[in-house]
Design a protein around this ligand. Structure first.
Ligand code: 9MR
Length: 441
């Protein structure tokens, strides 16, 4: 969770928002796996992407029987789809900024509507129109995306996707963008080709999001330095998106290599570990991360961010930190035996010898779900008086009962180590997030 909140600026649920996950019976919904994470993302200032309203896979198990029992299955499907959109999009109206309204309508390897798709089987392409119209009515402020897989890898499929988008636009469907999943298991992308593809979509007046990026290691394993080769490829992906103003985000399909869906997916599990992401299985930044950040740093579109993350505890890893940076550090204080984080006086918290106060109100929440509240706060490095040569960074404050509080962590102060940008986007396979090491003040 800390990795997500500190390194990314947008989050999406990998599975929890899918229809089959939300609805155990017709018209019955359970948002218990979703609400707390949306609250947290929102509270910590991350954008929320909704994934996904209609996908032939992970649809409810009851749906087929329900349609079979209806006198008019097409009408029943229309009705259920409308209820689904009103219930879900309506619930989060104004809070979920983008929705993948329809996911993977095309056949896996070709340009036509998938022949075995329950939705298009009943309604043809009308199911897409209905889904977008209902989503727009339920939240007129949300940006609505059609999300497709392998379009970047298969030229015919890309053309089929463009043709579909053109038909939808011609019919006045409120389509705002195309989500391109970046599961590059066919080939790593070619930067120039990818940029041309993104420009084709932008020319239709649509936004683009790279929605599910991962670049499996097997593409690079024969190279002298596979992780450097993977990093170069990641640089291509980020550069292609950043070169096209309509490309507004990059969502990784997983936070770290310890939690990639590719390791359990039948076709790719044989290559386990697939190591396709920006952070390794220990949550450490990989060469791919630095390549991505270098591309972000080179563009004025990137925003400034955290230079370091410090967990207050005697840690094994050293936090590299640039004391002259204008960025922030993120500090996690994990509550537990001996420290009731909820009893900390939030107004008195400060960081570094100069006692810089938090940039924004810290959040107090059970982040590791161990039943104890944890505290997460961002502090500006500028003004903290942290100096080159310092080997510790400390947070101090007091408890509400007056006791003093102080926790330190190891730092390695290096000028220019911080990239000073934040990843413009994100990913959140929330269910799969690993627990970080225990931290105590
Ligand atoms: O990553 C998801 C994995 O955990 C699920 O088991 C799988 C079920 O099919 O769905 C995965 O996510 C998919 C995404 O929702 C849509 N694009 C393809 C992704 C990989 O299958």
């Amino acid at each position: 969770i800390v990795l997500l909140l500190t390194e990314f600026t947008s989050g999406t649920h990998e599975n929890a928002l899918k229809w089959g996950e939300l609805s155990p019976a017709p018209g019955v919904y359970d948002f218990n796996d979703v609400d707390p994470t949306i609250d947290l993302l929102e509270e910590y200032g991350l954008r929320v992407r909704g994934h996904t309203l209609f996908w032939n896979m992970q649809r409810p198990d009851w749906l087929e029987d329900e349609l079979a029992a209806a006198p008019d299955s097409a009408d029943r499907l229309r009705e259920l789809m409308r209820v689904h959109v009103q219930t879900v999009v309506g619930r989060y109206a104004g809070r979920i900024e983008q929705w993948d309204v329809v996911n993977e309508p095309l056949e896996l390897g070709g340009e036509n509507l998938a022949p075995d798709n329950l939705f298009s089987g009943e309604l043809g392409e009308e199911y897409i129109d209905l889904a977008f119209a209902a989503a727009h009515a339920a939240d007129p402020t949300a940006q609505l995306f059609l999300n497709e897989t392998l379009a970047l890898s298969l030229p015919r499929k890309f053309e089929g996707l463009i043709a579909l988008a053109e038909r939808l636009l011609a019919r006045g469907v409120p389509l705002h963008g195309i989500g391109l999943q970046g599961h590059f298991f066919v080939d790593p992308p070619d930067r120039a080709t990818m940029q041309e593809q993104l420009e084709r979509i932008a020319d239709l007046g649509l936004l683009i999001e790279l929605t599910e990026v991962d670049l499996p290691y097997f593409h690079f394993q024969a190279q002298p330095d596979p992780f450097a080769a993977q990093a170069e490829s990641y640089g291509d992906v980020f550069a292609a998106c950043l070169a096209v103003p309509a490309c507004t985000g990059i969502t990784m399909w997983g936070t770290d290599d310890g939690n990639s869906w590719l390791d359990s997916f039948l076709l790719t599990s044989v290559f386990r570990p697939n190591r396709p992401l920006l952070f390794d299985a220990f949550g450490q930044r990989k060469p791919a991360y630095f390549a991505a950040v270098a591309e972000l740093a080179a563009t004025p579109r990137a925003r400034r961010v955290a230079d370091a993350e410090i967990d207050i505890e005697p840690r094994r890893a050293v936090n590299r930190i640039d004391p002259q940076s204008a960025g922030n550090v993120t500090v996690l204080v994990r509550g537990g035996a001996g420290l009731d984080v909820a009893a900390i006086d939030l107004g008195a918290l400060c960081f570094g010898p100069a006692g810089a106060p938090p940039e924004s109100p810290p959040i107090v929440r059970d982040l590791d779900r161990d039943g104890e509240a944890d505290l997460l706060a961002k502090f500006s490095i500028a003004g903290s008086l942290l100096a080159v040569g310092d080997t510790q960074a400390c947070v101090s404050g007091r408890m509400n009962d007056g006791r003093r509080l102080r926790g330190c962590d190891a730092v390695q102060t290096v000028i220019g180590c911080g990239m000073g940008v934040e990843l413009p986007l994100v990913l959140v396979p929330w269910m799969l997030l690993r627990r970080r090491r225990a931290i105590a003040a």
